[in-house]
Write a new protein. Structure first.
Length: 491
């Protein structure tokens, strides 16, 4: 608008307000309310023939609400100058008013400006095509960071790419305050956004996008920014998950995982070379969800993308298998814990130990054992390496051996229907027979605990003062939690 005022030497009674707004088109109207025929961004030109002074403030409000870029007011026909009520109302609304004197034809203004705008649109279309081409080229070599960098350069502003949880993948030209505003806009937070003109574009599924692209459009590059950001979001979807979609990719992943689990050295070597797993060991993770409605395979693929891991993910019979490089085990474990505890994903994960690639089958068997514990104890992740040896042994005993182990406590099972004595015994033994610690954990006086342990000795015939009987009691308690048919006795 400032350029228009200078070109035609028009007086601006509203001062500098609104002069930085871009113009999309020009429009002439003498209607008291032309807003139904406006789309926003117009320079509206009028003589005010049907405007009474009492209506001028409301008129300015209607134009500002419709997004009009500015008002060109012709004087000399009805009003000798721009009316003061109109000037004051427009200034309050942030709407620039240009006074068009007698002798300046409306047609000259509209003809010249619309011709310039047509040339500008052609130039903008060329800039959009060049920008899309540049982003496509850089996506092949520089990935998401290259796409965001090129986008920010082409729109002459800043851009931020972050995942659905607000973690930044790439930020170009953005200071800390910009990133905070971008996160608030992407996550729908109610905090005050200090930077105007932010727009969020979803990357991937429009309902549940895998990431968010946030850009800040300059007032003179709104269309260019919108079109380039839309193309950038499409390119980012491909860059973040280049082989996603389709049964072919799903089958390819499943075949690769199956090949690694065969243990055939030659086959494993070929698959490892194709999946960039030439060096180091790998571990197998098994995941199961408590709900069949949870897209667990999609979640696992998303976690791999977040951690920049090979997408060696396979699903069969509601069980998801993931092969993880040894150096990334800790990051994977933490990502699953975060998903379960903070993001609400109802999943359980068992993790085997890292093995040479030809030993992935052993790691999978370990992961199966760990997953059983994770499900039984409602833990997000259980690592085989951290499982108690005694628990492993008990899980491999047959039912007769388990029954023999539990026999010392069977008299107690029949009498202690409320499981008060059993729980007290378990806490007492887990605290290494420390009376103070055990009674504190149980929330009772130590004399009460002594009475309960005396009752246990009386019923079972065991002496909790001897090491051998304490071991027998502890193994019996552990066996009660694994013996088939006694699941209801878990404490």
């Amino acid at each position: 608008m400032r350029d228009v005022a200078q070109r035609f030497r028009l007086r601006v009674p509203t001062g500098p307000v609104g002069l930085d707004r871009p113009i999309r088109w020009t429009h002439l109207s003498e209607l008291p309310d032309p807003t139904p025929w406006l789309r926003g961004g117009e320079l509206l030109i009028t003589l005010g023939l049907q405007l009474d002074e009492a209506d001028l403030a409301a008129y300015a409000g209607r134009l500002a609400g419709a997004g009009v870029a500015a008002l060109g007011f012709g004087i000399g026909e009805r009003y000798p100058a721009v009316p003061a009520p109109l000037t004051e109302a427009a200034r309050r609304e942030g709407l620039a008013v240009l006074e068009i004197p007698v002798g300046v034809a409306f047609q000259d203004i509209t003809y010249q400006l619309n011709a310039d705008l047509l040339r500008t649109d052609a130039a903008e279309s060329r800039l959009i095509a060049e920008g899309v081409s540049a982003m496509t080229q850089v996506a092949r070599s520089a990935g998401p960071q290259g796409i965001v960098t090129t986008l920010a350069h082409r729109i002459d502003s800043w851009a931020v790419l972050m995942d659905r949880n607000g973690n930044v993948h790439a930020a170009v030209g953005a200071a800390r305050v910009h990133i905070d505003d971008a996160r608030a806009a992407a996550l729908g937070q109610r905090s005050r956004i200090r930077h105007p003109g932010l727009t969020v574009y979803g990357v991937g599924d429009p309902v549940r996008p895998r990431a968010h692209l946030i850009v800040a459009a300059r007032p003179d590059r709104i269309t260019l920014t919108r079109e380039l950001a839309r193309h950038a979001a499409l390119l980012l979807d491909l860059a973040l998950n280049p082989l996603s979609g389709g049964d072919t990719w799903k089958l390819a992943r499943a075949d690769a995982v199956d090949a690694l689990l065969t243990g055939d050295p030659a086959l494993v070597e070929r698959v490892a070379a194709r999946w960039n797993l030439l060096t180091g060991n790998a571990a197998v993770a098994l995941l199961r969800s408590r709900s069949r409605a949870v897209p667990l395979e999609e979640n696992a693929l998303e976690w791999c993308a977040d951690l920049d891991l090979p997408q060696l993910v396979s699903e069969e019979s509601s069980l998801v298998t993931v092969v993880i490089p040894e150096d990334d085990i800790a990051r994977w474990t933490e990502r699953v814990r975060l998903a379960v505890t903070e993001e609400g994903v109802p999943a359980r994960c068992g993790l085997g130990t890292a093995q040479p690639l030809a030993g992935c089958l052993l790691s999978r068997r370990q992961a199966e054992q760990a997953l059983g514990i994770a499900v039984a104890e409602a833990r997000p992740v259980v690592e085989f390496a951290g499982m108690p040896t005694g628990r492993l042994i008990l899980r491999h005993l047959d039912s007769a051996a388990l029954t023999a182990l539990t026999s010392p406590l069977r008299p107690l099972l029949e009498i202690d229907t409320g499981r008060v004595l059993l729980r007290s015994l378990r806490i007492f033994l887990s605290e290494n027979t420390n009376w103070e610690a055990a009674s504190s954990q149980l929330g009772i006086h130590r004399h009460t605990l002594r009475q309960r342990m005396a009752r246990v000795e009386e019923i079972t015939g065991l002496s909790l003062t001897t090491t051998e009987d304490r071991v027998i009691a502890w193994l019996a308690l552990q066996a009660l939690q694994t013996e088939p048919g006694l699941e209801h006795l878990r404490l």
